[in-house]
Structures are given as C-alpha cells and as structure tokens.
Design a protein around this ligand. Structure first.
Ligand SMILES: C[S@@+](CC[C@H](N)C(=O)[O-])C[C@H]1O[C@@H](n2cnc3c(N)ncnc32)[C@H](O)[C@@H]1O
Length: 243
C-alpha cells in the first residue's frame, strides 16, 4: 500500500481523493462566503492578478481546472469574446453545481464538466491557457496533473497555478496562529465544519514551496517557469510556458 498525506494525516494513496471530496462536499454551499471571510477579501485581488497575468485574448480556448464556484472561469469568459471558449471543470460535483448556478445567475453559460486533473478528457494541444486556482494542493499525484496540464496546452500556451505557498519568515508565527487557531473556529461558526478548515491549514503546510513547485512544473514539461509571490508569499502565482 502506498501512502500520501491528507493534511497532517497519512492515508492510502487510493483514498486521498475520497477524503478531499468529503471536504468540498461539506463546504460547497458556504465556500464563497468563507473565502471572503478567511482572506478578508484578498482572494479577489489574487485572482484579479491571475487574470491580468493570464493575458487572455479574444478567441482564446481556456481550461479552468478545479474551477469550483467559478471565479476565474467567470472573469475569463468576459475576455474570450464570442469566438473563444472557457471550459469550467472540477472533480467535485457539488462545487461545480454551485459554480454553474452562480454563473447562470449572471447570464454566463459555459461548458461545465466533472473531471479529474490527473486524467483530463481533452486532446493534446487544445488550449491557449490553462488555470488552476487553489486546486493543485488537493491533488494526489501533482506531477501527473501538471503533466496533463502541459499536454492539453498548445505550444506557446500558458499555465497559471495560483496556490497557497511558503510565507515569508517574519510572518510565520502570526500566520500559524491565524491558520491553526482562528480558521477552524471560523469554519465551525460559519460552515458548521471545523475539520475541513483544519485540513485547509494543514494542506497548505504540506504543499511544496515556491521553488519546489517551479521544479515540478519544469519536470512536467514547461520550458519556462516563473513565480510571483503575493501577500508575503502567503500565495504564489506560478506561470509555466509550454515551449
Ligand atoms: C479550494 S477549491 C478552489 C476553487 C476555485 N478554483 C477557487 O479558486 O475558488 C479546490 C478545488 O479543487 C478541486 N479538486 C481537488 N482535486 C481535484 C482533482 N484531482 N481534479 C480536479 N479538481 C480537483 C476541489 O473539488 C475543489 O473544488
């Protein structure tokens, strides 16, 4: 039996996706509210920066992986025009349904698909841009998922990975206190679920740091990889070019 981590727990590799599904089934209905509360709205700035760096043009084919409640898909849809397309995907049906309903309420209709980032159901070189925001951390085989993202990109295409990362050392103590003391309490109060928010804090600590993720993206086939630290490294945007 191969094991992997689920937060600070060690679980059977074949079981991680089920544990992750449990987390997102539980938080889907309160996900957007919790995102705003936990980050004091900062996640909107991190995503707006991602959209800026994505440099989406009219006619682009865009794939949003682990798209959840659809923040990035919605922003991209406004940029691709009538000739382009954004495909909104996630492995979790509850998250995807919440996102699809939210997009429909805003008059945005996108192809929406349940799919696992580790086995993308798209042909090679299908997309100009691929994005994944706060999703890679939850994937069992990150190397496989990154290689899939590279495969479905056109040559010259761009991958945007927005993810929690290693915070700058002077902020560590305060960040730990907030993550392990405040977040689970907030989760309990607002979403009736402290365990999922404890998992969030733990999964961030287990996730590769900026340099490690850059190396993983290079190993997955990206010829050029760069990262941008946001909010003192709390979050990083990694940009990979398939070349
Ligand atoms: C924290 S949410 C991020 C949602 C959205 N991208 C955002 O930034 O608000 C993480 C998402 O990753 C999805 N996810 C986890 N593992 C996945 C996988 N292997 N393939 C695709 N999506 C996955 C979860 O279902 C969840 O919706």
């Amino acid at each position: 039996m191969s094991t992997t981590h689920f937060g600070f727990q060690s679980v059977d590799e074949n079981d991680k996706a089920r544990h992750v599904r449990g987390v997102f089934d539980s938080v889907a209905s309160k996900y957007d509210l919790m995102n705003d509360l936990m980050s004091a709205g900062l996640h909107r700035t991190w995503k707006a920066y991602t959209v800026l760096v994505a440099d989406i043009r009219e006619g682009h084919q865009v794939l949003d992986i682990a798209g959840g409640t659809g923040d990035l898909a919605m922003a991209f849809a406004k940029k691709v025009g009538k000739t382009g397309q954004v495909v909104h995907t996630d492995i979790n049906e509850a998250m995807l349904r919440t996102g699809r309903d939210r997009l429909l309420d805003k008059g945005i209709v996108l192809p929406t698909m349940v799919c696992d980032a580790e086995k993308l159901p798209f042909a090679d070189a299908s997309f100009d841009r691929v994005s994944v925001a706060f999703g890679v951390r939850n994937m069992t085989h990150k190397d496989v998922a990154l290689a899939e993202m590279c495969r479905v990109l056109k040559p010259g295409g761009k991958l945007l990975v927005l993810e929690f990362s290693k915070v700058a050392q002077p902020l560590e103590k305060a960040y730990d206190w907030y993550s392990f003391k405040v977040l689970p309490q907030l989760g309990k109060l607002v979403a009736g679920d402290d365990a999922s928010y404890r998992y969030l804090a733990e999964s961030i600590r287990m996730h590769p740091g900026q340099k490690e993720l850059k190396t993983m993206m290079q190993a997955a086939g990206f010829g050029h990889v760069d990262y941008h630290n946001l909010t003192g490294g709390m979050v990083a945007l990694h940009v990979g070019i398939k070349c």
